[in-house]
Design a protein around this ligand. Sequence first.
Ligand SMILES: C[S@@+](CC[C@H](N)C(=O)[O-])C[C@H]1O[C@@H](n2cnc3c(N)ncnc32)[C@H](O)[C@@H]1O
Length: 235
Amino acid sequence: MQDAAEKKKFVKEKFSSISNNYDLINSLVSFRIDRYWRWVTTRELRPFPQGAVLDLCAGTMPLALELTRQAPERRVLAVDFCEDMIRAGLKTLPADERRQRITPVCGDGEDIPAVDNSFWGCTVAFGIRNISRPQRGLEEMYRVLKPGGKLLILEFSRPTNFIVKPLYFFYLNRILPLVAGMVSGDKEAYEYLASSIAKFYEPEDFIAMMRQAGFSRSYRRTLTFGVVSIYVGVK
Ligand SMILES: C[S@@+](CC[C@H](N)C(=O)[O-])C[C@H]1O[C@@H](n2cnc3c(N)ncnc32)[C@H](O)[C@@H]1O
């Protein structure tokens, strides 16, 4: 059993090792459905087309980019604790005006580098599972959101449909580490992906954690047969 500090070190190293191939592997192993998931998540912020948004665990910044694409006046603070992921993202960001509206910062989701009540939206795509102390992360997200601001957490979940479930777990545990391991050269990183999905909280327990952090109107939306969930909360 890893303690929080060990998990943090492990996660940082793993993302650093796959950073240059992260986008390619993501598209490959998700058949590009990950773009649709980020699109739907971003659409949840339609009521806030101008307010600043925090994209936490931003990685190579695909969601930050979608946030700026959907709202031409929106500014995004993209925070990730793995410098190599941000650097890899900076190499691939399109050289248009959207780039000017994304501010990448190296920082920890358990101690967000922003003052209280700063953002109208906070997004976390495939990041909460990786944060060593997720309750602490949720409290920080609550702190930096403005009252009325919206939290959106996009995360893998475990489908329950009796046809989809065995297919999905076979793919996740057997095929994905093999393919992604070959492309990235780090099979362990993708075995970690499968095991961290298996270990993640039950949806109702995670929603209870959001409520404990202070969020109201918390609920989840499932997409693609429950392969992913969007957890929504309001400060
Ligand atoms: C699976 S990637 C997701 C990247 C991106 N959001 C996306 O949609 O593809 C997870 C990211 O979370 C970051 N991360 C994990 N724990 C973190 C923490 N405590 N603070 C900041 N970033 C963290 C990792 O460095 C990694 O870049």
